[in-house]
Structures are given as structure tokens and as C-alpha cells.
Design a protein around this ligand. Structure first.
Ligand code: AMP
Length: 426
């Protein structure tokens, strides 16, 4: 199958070929024709499947064929849970629209709003946004959503995890009722299904075929090890394997900082990326990692969400997540676009129950091994780390981008955070 057989215009085919893509990925093959027909779509796809081009290409085609008003109102709105993902989606929109007369911009919290407002005032066709900043600017009457023809909820599961449901509902109320809706999600909880029911109109369901799901394309391994010796084992794995680009996940921001320090102390260049880092620091860390200036990027789940790091060879779960779906998201950073990837989890006795949950979710027994010299204490307690406590800590972390000290930023507003917590528990 080729891109040209999907019904895309020459301008888009040229842009795709400029990106070096030869064949459409499975999600693109399925989603593009349906979106071109104007239908609502419920898509099951995670980062790494080519989902962004899967919705961006047909949207751009529909917009470029549609009627254009002189003042260029926003006609496509793409909502993402995090700033990083918003920036990446925007990069995609720009890249695919270079041969079209389509203008786009991106808005997210934690940074000065003035340049964003200035871009919107010039008139744009496609807006990529995180929910908080979008509502802020709408409340300030800096943008109107009354001409939106297409809405995309990207990584909808993560938006709900981060407590954005209220914001999403508010945003829905600002959109014209006649519009096309596309919902992309890696996982399908009851909450996501309820949201899809609310928003989508006779949706066509599309999914990446199982052979191409990241989980199956990735070689997964578990190393059993005592908690206190995980750092030593990680250093050994990095050194012995001569790993040059490793993404390591920790459960907490504090854990990420600590581990980063220890790696640097052992001559392994590393930077941490988490919600307490400023946007500038996160961007710098990600750039250094992509360029290969640092070997290890230590990240918490939320900070790493949706990061586009092509051909990432190694992902390490320094602590395995107690929310099983996060495991799928984490290891989705590797093995993309057909490249081989390895996901290693360092599992201590108290994480055994979480590991079982993950194995149930991925439908796979992940091979476990022990590294010589790092044999775990056979008598170590298997009592799990308290999930509730961790969950709360993690949720707090999810909605604690302290770089949005900006009063206007809803993502950074403690009252809103409390409200989101209340909603989740309800
Ligand atoms: P996504 O799942 O949208 O985050 O895309 C993952 C990566 O795959 C990005 O680096 C894209 O540039 C790349 N990509 C998207 N579509 C294709 C394709 N058809 N062929 C090769 N690479 C692609």
C-alpha cells in the first residue's frame, strides 16, 4: 500500500515524501480514508504507531479543500495532555502543511502567553493546545472556537489520568455541535468509553494491528534485584552493554533527581526530566538526549509522555509503574518504526504484584533473569509498596508542573488540582 492510494493530495504526498516516509503505517492506512470521508473515529493507537500523521494528513487535506474565510478562524483543534506532546504534534502539522496554504500554531501553559496570543491574532487554521491554556485564552477572549470543524483528542486516556475531563467538557461546550471528532487513546478504560460515547457520533473504530503494537515489537526483560542495589545494576547494564541512549523511568521526581546524581557520580552523563523542571530545562534535556550529548534521560511518566525520540534503543523501568497502562506507554518509547528496542524492568520483591498486573494487561509473561552479583535476597518481603499512597503521589506529580507558576495557568492552579482530585475519586 502506498500513500498515494489513500486519496491524499499531491501537496501532502510531497510533504510525506520529504519526511522520508515510504509506506503508510497500519493506523495511517486505516484512519486516513475514514477521516477523509468526514467520519468520527475512535482510534486505538499509542505513540510510535504514526498516529499523528494518521490524523494530521487527512485533516489538512479537508481543510485545504474546504471553504476559507478571510480572517482565518480556527477550523481544527487538536487537544493534547502535555506540552511536550503539543509541541511535537505542532511540528508534525507544520511539516505536513509546508506545501499548503494552512497556518497553525501551538499553545500550552507554563510559558508566556503573549507570543501565543500574537500568533492566534494573525489568523490560524489549525490550533494545537493543552486544555488549561486553551480555556485561559478563551476566557480572556483571545480566541474563538465557534468555527471549529474538526476536533482531535490525542492521548485521551492520559488526559483523563491528568484530570482534564472537566476542562474537556468545558471545551466541548464552546465548539459548534456539527463537527468531526477524532479520539485517539492507547488504552480503553470505562472512563474513555464513556467519553467516546459522549463526544463521538457513530464512530468508525480503527486500531493498529496487533503485530505492530509496540508491546509485541519490543523485547522485554525483567531483572529481579533488591531495591537498594538497583542503581548499581543499572550502572552495570549501561557500562557492560555500552548503552549510549537510555531512557530510564522512575516513579517520583525525587527518585529521578537522586538517580541522575548517582549516574553522573559514576561518570555516566544524565539529565532528569519531570514536572518540577522548567519548560526550558525539559526542552534542553530532551534536545541533549536526542543529540547524544547525554547518555541517560531519567524521566517520570508524565514528563516522558508522548516524547518523540525515534529509534530509541533502550528503555529501563527503574521502578515499575503501579498503573499497568503506564508500562505500555513507557515501553512505547522504544522499538518504533520497525527498529528493534529493548525494555528492561528492574523489579524488587515488593513490586511483584505490580509486575503480575502488567503481565495480565500485556497478556505476556515477561522473561525474568538475575544478574550475577546482583542476586536478590530470597527472604525480601513481597508486600507491595502501598498503591494508594503511590497513586496519590503520582497524581500529585501529574498535575504539578510548577514551571506553570504563571497565575493564569490552570495546570498550575492548586484549587483546580484539588477539584480534579475530587472528580477522580468521585
Ligand atoms: P507518532 O506515533 O505519530 O508519534 O509517530 C512516531 C514516529 O514515526 C515519528 O517520528 C514519525 O515521524 C514517524 N512516522 C510516522 N509515520 C511514518 C511512516 N509512514 N513511515 C515512517 N515513519 C513514520
Amino acid at each position: 500500500m502506498s500513500f498515494s492510494s489513500l486519496g491524499l493530495s499531491d501537496a501532502l504526498l510531497k510533504a510525506v515524501s520529504k519526511q522520508g516516509y515510504e509506506t503508510p503505517s497500519p493506523i495511517q492506512q486505516k484512519a486516513i480514508p475514514v477521516i477523509l470521508e468526514g467520519k468520527d473515529v475512535l482510534a486505538s493507537a499509542q505513540t510510535g504507531t504514526g498516529k499523528t500523521a494518521g490524523f494530521t494528513l487527512p485533516i489538512l487535506q479537508r481543510l485545504s479543500m474546504g471553504q476559507r474565510l478571510r480572517h482565518r478562524p480556527i477550523r481544527a483543534l487538536i487537544l493534547t495532555p502535555t506540552r511536550e506532546l503539543a509541541a511535537q504534534v505542532y511540528d508534525n502539522v507544520k511539516a505536513y502543511s509546508i506545501f499548503l496554504d494552512i497556518k497553525s500554531t501551538v499553545i500550552f501553559g507554563g510559558v508566556n502567553q503573549n507570543p501565543q496570543v500574537a500568533a492566534i491574532r494573525q489568523g490560524i487554521d489549525v490550533l494545537v493546545a493543552t486544555p488549561g491554556r486553551l480555556l485561559d485564552l478563551h476566557n480572556q477572549r483571545e480566541l474563538s472556537l465557534s468555527n471549529v470543524e474538526v476536533l482531535v483528542l490525542d492521548e485521551a486516556d492520559r488526559m483523563l489520568d491528568m484530570g482534564f475531563l472537566r476542562d474537556i467538557k468545558k471545551i466541548m461546550a464552546l465548539l459548534p455541535s456539527k463537527r468531526q471528532n477524532l479520539l485517539f487513546s492507547a488504552t480503553f478504560s470505562k472512563d474513555i468509553k464513556a467519553l467516546a460515547n459522549d463526544i463521538l457520533h457513530h464512530p468508525v473504530q480503527v486500531e493498529a494491528t496487533p503485530e505492530n503494537t509496540t508491546v509485541e515489537a519490543i523485547s522485554q526483560k525483567v531483572y529481579r534485584v533488591d531495591k537498594a542495589r538497583k542503581t548499581g545494576l543499572l550502572i552495570k547494564l549501561i557500562n557492560d552493554g555500552q548503552w549510549e541512549q537510555v531512557l530510564v523511568f522512575t516513579r517520583t521526581k525525587h527518585g529521578a533527581n537522586n538517580l541522575t546524581k548517582k549516574l553522573i557520580g559514576n561518570n555516566i552523563s544524565a539529565l532528569a526530566i519531570h514536572g518540577n523542571k522548567t519548560q526550558a530545562a525539559r526542552t534542553k534535556a530532551l534536545d541533549s538526549f536526542k543529540k547524544g550529548t547525554i547518555r541517560v534521560l531519567v524521566a517520570t511518566d508524565i514528563a516522558a509522555r508522548g516524547l518523540d525520540i525515534p529509534l530509541l534503543p533502550h528503555v529501563v523501568n527503574f521502578e515499575i509503574p503501579n498503573i499497568s497502562e503506564d508500562y505500555v506507554h513507557r515501553i512505547g518509547r522504544t522499538g518504533r518504526a520497525g527498529a528493534s528496542g529493548e525494555a528492561v524492568s528492574l523489579v524488587s520483591a515488593d513490586e511483584t504484584a505490580f509486575l503480575r498486573d502488567i503481565e495480565k494487561l500485556v497478556g505476556l509473561r515477561i522473561p525474568a533473569a538475575v544478574v550475577e552479583g546482583f542476586e536478590p535476597d530470597p527472604d525480601a518481603s513481597t508486600d507491595p509498596v502501598k498503591p494508594q499512597q503511590n497513586r496519590q503521589r503520582q497524581q500529585k506529580q501529574h498535575r504539578q508542573p510548577t514551571d506553570s507558576n504563571n497565575e493564569n495557568s490552570k495546570e498550575g492552579n492548586p484549587k483546580r488540582r484539588r477539584n480534579r482530585n475530587r472528580y477522580r475519586r468521585g
